[in-house]
Design a protein around this ligand. Structure first.
Ligand SMILES: Cc1ncc(COP(=O)(O)O)c(C=O)c1O
Length: 421
C-alpha cells in the first residue's frame, strides 16, 4: 500500500535512475478515484485532499479585486526573480510582527507555492548521501529523500506524542543529520508543537551546532514548514523556533504560503524566509526553474499582507469555520468509541482518526479498512501509510477542507449505522 513507482517494474533505459524510481503521490491517486466515484453519482464524503473546495471556503474578496486590478493595469511581464519588491517587504513586515522573525525584505523569496521554495531549501544544503531527518507521519518528505538522493532519517511518532517528533528522538540521531524538516501544524495529524516541545528540539540543534562549529563541520539546518500556521484551534498558539531561541536565526529556513492560509491552493504563491546572506542561490534557483508566482497574484498578495487587521479578520473567520467542522466530527466520533478514536485537533484542517475496525470487519490492513469505509460507508480518508507511517494500526487523516457541516453529519450518520450492524 506504499506509494507506487510511476513506471512499474519496467526499467526504461532512456530515463535517469532518479526518474525510474520516481513515486507518484498516493494521496492524489486516492483523491482521483474518489472524484471519479462522486462524478458517477455515489454518495462519498471527500475527506481526502488537503485542498479547499471554493464552495465552502472562499479566498478574501479583496484578493480577487486586487488581482483583477493588477491585470487591468497590464501587469503581465516577468516579475523580478525573488518576487515583487512590495510583496517581499509586506511579507517581511508581517512575519516580523506575527512571529518575531525579522529577515528583512532581502530574506524573503517567493515561489509558485510552498513546493518550489521547499525544494530550493533542500538543494541549498543537501549533498547526495547527507542525513535528512523528518517526522513520520508527515507530508511528502519520503519523496524528497529520493529527489535529493539523501539518507532518510525518519523520526517515527505515535499517538502519545501526538505524532510529532520529539527532542529525545532527535538527540539520538543528531550527529547524522544535516537537514531536519519540521511541520507545525502538522499535515496529516492536525497537531502542533508546544513552546516547550519545540524549544527542546531547538536546544538539541543548538548544542550540536556549537560542537560542529568547534570541529569545523557544517551545521544542522532546520527547515520549518508552517503553511498552516495561521489556522489554530481555540487556545492553541503557533510557535516559531526563532521566537523561542534567537540563536536559531542562522540555522532556520521558514516556509509559508497562501495555499492554506488564504485557502488559495490553486493560486500558487509561497515564500521562504531565510537569513539574507543565504538568499542569493535561492533566487537564482527559482529563476532557473522559472517557478515564480504570476505577477497579478504577487501584486494582490502584497496588497493583502499590508493590511494586517484585514488579514486577522479573515483568519479568525476561517478558524471558526474549521472549528465548527471539527466540533461536529469530535462529537460524532466520540459517540462511536472505542471502535473509532481521534487525537485532539490543534491546527490546520486535519483530524488524526483511528478506525480500529480490524475485528469488526475482519480486516488485516489499513487498506482494507479504507476500502470498506469508501465502498460500504461512503467515507473517503487517507491512511497514514501515505505519510510514511507503515504500521497497520488503523490511523487515517480526515481533512475538512472540501466538506460542509451537513456533509459531515450525513457521513457520520452513515458510519454510525454501518458500525451498528
Ligand atoms: C505541510 C505542507 N507543506 C507544503 C505544502 C505545499 O504547499 P503548496 O501547495 O503551496 O505547494 C503542503 C500541501 O499540502 C503541505 O501540507
Amino acid at each position: 500500500m506504499n506509494c507506487s513507482r510511476l513506471h512499474g517494474d519496467m526499467e526504461d533505459e532512456r530515463l535517469s535512475e532518479m526518474a525510474q524510481n520516481m513515486e507518484g503521490s498516493r494521496i492524489l491517486s486516492i483523491a482521483g478515484s474518489v472524484r471519479k466515484m462522486i462524478a458517477e453519482g455515489k454518495e462519498v464524503a471527500p475527506f481526502t485532499v488537503g485542498d479547499f473546495s471554493p464552495l465552502h471556503f472562499e479566498v478574501p474578496q479583496k484578493f480577487v479585486e486586487l488581482a483583477h486590478q493588477a491585470l487591468d493595469e497590464g501587469q503581465t511581464n516577468y516579475p523580478p526573480a525573488a518576487g515583487l519588491a512590495e510583496l517581499r517587504t509586506a511579507l517581511a513586515e508581517w512575519m516580523k510582527q506575527r512571529y518575531e522573525l525579522d529577515v528583512g525584505a532581502e530574506g524573503i523569496i517567493v515561489g509558485s507555492g510552498a513546493r518550489p521554495v521547499l525544494y530550493a531549501s533542500f538543494r541549498l544544503f543537501l549533498e547526495p548521501g547527507d542525513g535528512f531527518a523528518y517526522g513520520v507521519p508527515a507530508w511528502n518528505n519520503h519523496y524528497y529523500v529520493h529527489l535529493n538522493d539523501s539518507e532518510g532519517i525518519p523520526l517515527v511518532g505515535n499517538a502519545e506524542s501526538r505524532f510529532l517528533p520529539t527532542a529525545a528522538q532527535l538527540e539520538k540521531e543528531i550527529h547524522r543529520i544535516r537537514v531536519l524538516i519540521l511541520n507545525s501544524p502538522l499535515n496529516p495529524t492536525g497537531t502542533c508543537f508546544s513552546a516547550e516541545e519545540l524549544g527542546a528540539i531547538c536546544d538539541v540543534i543548538l548544542h550540536e551546532n556549537a560542537e560542529r562549529r568547534n570541529d569545523g563541520q557544517k551545521p544542522v539546518m532546520l527547515i520549518y514548514d508552517q503553511v498552516y500556521a495561521t489556522m489554530t484551534a481555540p487556545g492553541v498558539e503557533h510557535v516559531h523556533p526563532v521566537q523561542l531561541r534567537q540563536e536559531m536565526f542562522d540555522y532556520t529556513v521558514t516556509l509559508d504560503a497562501i495555499s492554506k492560509s488564504l485557502t488559495g491552493t490553486g493560486l500558487r504563491l509561497g515564500w521562504m524566509a531565510i537569513p539574507p546572506s543565504l538568499a542569493a542561490p535561492v533566487v537564482a534557483l527559482i529563476g532557473h526553474m522559472g517557478a515564480w508566482p504570476a505577477r497579478p497574484i504577487q501584486a494582490a498578495v502584497a496588497g493583502l499582507f499590508e493590511d494586517h487587521d484585514g488579514l486577522d479578520a479573515y483568519f479568525s473567520d476561517l478558524d471558526e469555520r474549521i472549528h465548527v467542522r471539527m466540533e461536529i466530527l469530535k462529537r460524532r466520533l466520540s459517540e462511536m468509541r472505542p471502535l473509532v478514536d481521534f487525537v485532539e485537533p490543534q491546527g490546520g484542517i486535519y483530524l488524526s482518526t483511528r478506525f480500529n475496525l480490524f475485528d469488526k470487519i475482519g480486516a488485516k490492513t489499513n487498506e482494507e479498512i479504507r476500502l470498506w469505509l469508501l465502498n460500504e460507508v461512503g467515507i473517503a480518508v487517507v491512511p497514514f501509510q501515505a505519510f510514511g507511517l507503515e504500521e497497520e494500526s488503523g490511523w487515517f487523516r480526515i481533512s475538512v477542507g472540501a466538506v460542509g457541516c451537513d456533509d459531515i453529519e450525513a457521513a457520520m450518520d452513515r458510519l454510525e449505522a454501518a458500525l451498528k450492524h
